[in-house]
Design a binder for this molecule. Structure first.
Ligand SMILES: Cc1cc2nc3c(=O)[nH]c(=O)nc-3n(C[C@H](O)[C@H](O)[C@H](O)COP(=O)(O)O)c2cc1C
Length: 188
């Protein structure tokens, strides 16, 4: 199977990247893994015309959007990771998802329909706020909700969520989360 990992965080040695790398290690035992660093892509922001719905193509010139769009179409499993920024995913990851509305779902006049039924997805986020505030005060809870909106819109079945709080107090990812990441990767 093909596993696509989208790293929506800027710090390649940060907590989010460390957890994603462990998932990759576990998944690579059986599958082909491709990891995209979203911060390395050039992606212009969506202009909100929604012409991509009837036309199935974005009006903007080709950029990193189409490269990732093709990879998502080809993938069997999508892993999305992001640090929590303002109770949500990072800006570049959100910009990318805004640009691939038509890759996630299709539109034929009624409500948008999912393009990825039968595929599976994993969500990873880390946040400075400690448990349980990360969940109850819309910190990483907000990030997970937003990512679920995108992934469920595409028809992905979410098979795992890794949510690491208190990252400022413990810049080294605790063993518990590394184990969870490795076993989730192996389960794919
Ligand atoms: C711009 C910015 C906004 C942030 N917003 C939040 C937030 O809303 N809630 C929170 O708990 N942590 C927030 N944080 C802290 C990060 O989520 C936290 O440091 C994260 O674990 C860093 O991940 P990394 O190690 O992968 O870079 C923010 C950090 C930055 C840089």
């Amino acid at each position: 199977m093909k596993v696509l990992i989208l790293n929506g965080g800027p710090r390649k040695k940060g907590t989010t990247s460390t957890i994603l790398n462990k998932i990759s290690e576990g998944a690579a035992e059986k599958h082909v893994v491709d990891l995209v660093q979203v911060y390395d892509l050039k992606v212009k922001p969506c202009v909100g015309c929604l012409k991509c719905r009837p036309d199935k193509e974005c009006v903007l010139p080709e950029d990193g959007t189409q490269i990732v769009g093709r990879k998502i179409r080809d993938a069997d499993v999508l892993v999305v990771g992001t640090p929590t920024y303002w109770g949500n995913m990072t800006g570049p990851l959100k910009t990318l998802f805004d640009r691939i509305v038509t890759t996630i779902g299709y539109y034929n006049g009624g409500l948008p329909k999912p393009n990825h039924k039968g595929k599976r997805a994993v969500i990873v986020t880390t946040s400075a706020s400690p448990w349980p505030f990360n969940l109850i005060s819309s910190q990483s809870g907000g990030t997970i909700r937003s990512l679920k909106t995108v992934l469920k819109g595409g028809g992905f079945k979410i098979i795992g969520v890794i949510n690491m709080p208190s990252s400022k107090k413990r810049p080294e990812v605790p063993e518990k989360f590394l184990k969870q990441a490795l076993s989730l990767g192996r389960k794919i």
